[in-house]
Design a protein around this ligand. Structure first.
Ligand SMILES: [Zn+2]
Length: 157
């Protein structure tokens, strides 16, 4: 939300190249699916930072202190199993399959490592960000579980 409002405000002002580069980055961060997740997280009692590069895999949303990470995956690029949005094009099919598979393998590796580091990790697929009531329930349950986890492991704080 914040990002959209900001880019709207900024568009009314003349900007230097540094600023427009920053604005571009801001827009990249605030994609539709991620915004939906942000909205669903409102009032959930945990603050999330966007795209934290200090954490492996640069999670879309993170609370480092509470060890709580959210990835919002595009269904096509991350190869959502059984999803209609993840249909591989017939042209250059083999190359697409290779690309998507290597993304899936990287995702799995990243998630495994993060969990070993004591993080709670939740993946939200792009196609799941529309059913907002259901998404919110899932996020609430995830945050509750993650909080219990960090309480059980005080060494992680
Ligand atoms: Zn999907």
């Amino acid at each position: 939300m914040r990002a959209v409002r900001r880019s709207h405000t900024m568009s009314m002002w003349p900007t230097d190249s540094g600023t427009s580069a920053r604005m571009k980055r801001v827009r990249q961060v605030a994609t539709g699916p991620e915004l939906s997740v942000r909205m669903a997280l409102r009032g959930i009692g945990m603050r999330f930072k966007s795209g934290n590069r200090t954490i492996l895999g640069t999670p879309d949303l993170s609370n480092k202190r509470q060890r709580c990470l959210l990835f919002v995956h595009g269904c096509f690029w991350h190869g959502h199993p059984g999803c209609s949005r993840a249909t591989i094009p017939t042209r250059n099919r083999a190359a697409w399959i290779r690309k998507v598979r290597s993304n899936q393998m990287r995702d799995r590796r990243v998630e495994r490592t993060l969990r070993r580091q004591g993080y709670s990790v939740l993946v939200v697929w792009e196609c799941e960000t529309r059913a907002s009531a259901r998404l919110r329930l899932r996020l609430e349950a995830f945050v509750q579980r993650a909080l219990k986890g960090t309480q059980r492991r005080p060494d992680l704080k």
